[in-house]
Design a protein around this ligand. Structure first.
Ligand code: NHW
Ligand code: EN5
Length: 388
């Protein structure tokens, strides 16, 4: 059972299949004067802090908390290691609220021991565009786990979102909570199979040898599609048109404008890579693909410290077959020295995963909405949203 989640405006297990509950907000907004004015209480030894992510010192403290205490796989072999540049990019998009970057410090030592964040986003659910918070980077130091600190963090971020007159949120988790709008599968495409096997990320398959495995995953040295190049600032209007048109077919997707595309999809070194196809004849921009950089620490390996992983982000194929576009994405990721290319089975990704030699991982990702009911769970292919 879920003592905390049962008290929150989220889809509840007991309501599944109840067709008298219609789609939309679970609770109506209250007036801003009814929103609690003071922060929630923390245990006496701890205090709230707002983390200024533009400050190198604070960004480094957040980086270290997450590097040592954030998400691990189910066998505790790998832990996400979001870079400082990535955290700044993820947390400081157009119109962000500094007050939504919430830390907890030990009063005596001033050490940062917990964190949770929100960033604003417009998310479309069927025909409604809803202003939401995207909640991410919830982390409690390993030594402070299971003390019910997470519910306090969640209530405090909720309060600060309400103070900005927003009443819905979107989030993902590797754990099952009440109740997912969809459940996605992680898929992995080996780029550096020898290293992946050496660190225990993958195994030599049955009736395979190391050298046959290396050969299986070989890729060409350069992309195949004529006109395949990096996205540049002047491409933002064309990329925005392509992406908006593509995302309109999904049940849940972000409502991106040009400012959002400039922030989320222009290439940023070691954070996000984006490529497009410009027709060599007409100079028309016909297709687009992107991935973000999220390394993982390899826990307790003598030879290697980090696994360099690329994660599929937003991809749009109009003229170039999606299979060919994503093969080119694999090629440039390999050239940039990534060890593995990861993707979820969202949007049209299923159409290329098997053919491009991705294999299913042991992890799943559940997607949630806060204070917004969806009648039926979605198929992953009906979801047009990728959270970081
Ligand atoms: S998912 C990544 C979450 N972080 C990690 O997994 C890092 C490693 N783990 C930890 O740091 C991406 C701790 O284990 C955490 C829990 C902090 C996860 N989401 O303090 P207690 C995100 O960041 C519930 C939501 O004793 P703990 C998305 C759990 O079900 N709830 O546990 C974040 C239980 O409630 P229940 C989670 O292990 C979305 C309660 O917490 C959860 O010391 C947040 C136990 O608390 C999770 N990942 O700390 C929600 N993990 O009802 C945003 C556990 O079952 C909602 N729990 O008794 C929207 C807010 C904004 C609304 C605006 C209108
Ligand atoms: C919110 N932003 O479990 C994030 N990763 O499959 C929070 N497995 O990397 C939620 N266990 O299958 C995050 N290798 C939830 C995910 C947490 C991290 C996680 C999984 C996803 C993962 C790897 C390593 C497993 C190590 C042992 C995995 C198999 C790869 C193989 C390559 C060759 C073809 C078959 C598959």
């Amino acid at each position: 059972t879920h003592k905390f989640w049962e008290s929150q405006p989220v889809g509840q297990y007991k309501d599944i299949g109840n067709s008298s509950l219609t789609e939309g907000p679970i609770e109506p907004p209250t007036s801003l004067s009814e929103v609690k004015q003071e922060p929630y209480n923390l245990p006496a030894l701890y205090e709230w802090t707002t983390c200024d992510m533009e400050s190198d010192e604070t960004c480094n403290e957040v980086y270290n908390l997450l590097k040592n205490n954030y998400v691990e796989d189910d066998e505790n072999m790998f832990r996400f290691n979001y870079s400082q540049e990535f955290l700044r990019w993820a947390l400081c998009p157009p119109g962000y609220y500094p007050s939504w970057h919430i830390g907890v410090r030990a009063k005596a030592s001033q050490k940062l021991v917990a964190f949770i964040t929100g960033v604003p986003a417009r998310i479309r659910v069927r025909d409604e565009v809803v202003k939401m918070a995207e909640i991410n980077f919830l982390c409690v130091h390993k030594k402070l786990r299971s003390k019910r600190l997470a519910p306090v963090m969640i209530k405090e971020v909720t309060r600060r979102v309400h103070l900005e007159n927003m009443w819905q949120a979107a989030y993902t988790a590797g754990v099952v909570l009440p109740t997912p709008i969809t459940t996605c599968q992680y898929w992995h495409r080996s780029l550096n199979p020898k290293k992946l096997i050496d660190v225990g990320f993958s195994r030599v398959g049955a009736r395979m040898t190391m050298s046959r495995t290396i050969k299986l995953y070989k890729l060409p040295d350069s992309p195949a599609t004529p006109g395949f190049r990096k996205v540049e600032l002047h491409d933002v209007p064309a990329v925005t048109r392509l992406l908006r048109n593509y995302l309109s077919q999904f049940v849940v997707a972000p409502d991106f404008d040009e400012n959002d595309v400039e922030h989320w999809l222009l290439p940023t070194d070691n954070v996000v890579d984006s490529y497009l196809v410009e027709s060599p004849e007409t100079h028309e921009i016909t297709d687009f693909c992107s991935f973000y950089t999220l390394p993982s620490s390899i826990l307790g390996n003598q030879n290697y410290l980090t696994l360099k992983a690329a994660y599929s982000y937003y991809n749009v194929s109009v003229k170039t077959p999606l299979l060919q576009l994503m093969n080119d994405a694999l090629i440039v990721a390999k050239q940039k020295d990534f060890d593995v290319f990861n993707a979820l089975d969202v949007m049209h990704n299923e159409s290329f995963l098997k053919e491009l030699k991705f294999g299913p991982g042991d992890g799943q990702l559940h997607y949630y909405l806060y204070n917004y009911r969806i009648q039926h769970a979605l198929r992953p292919s009906e979801l047009g949203l990728v959270l970081l």
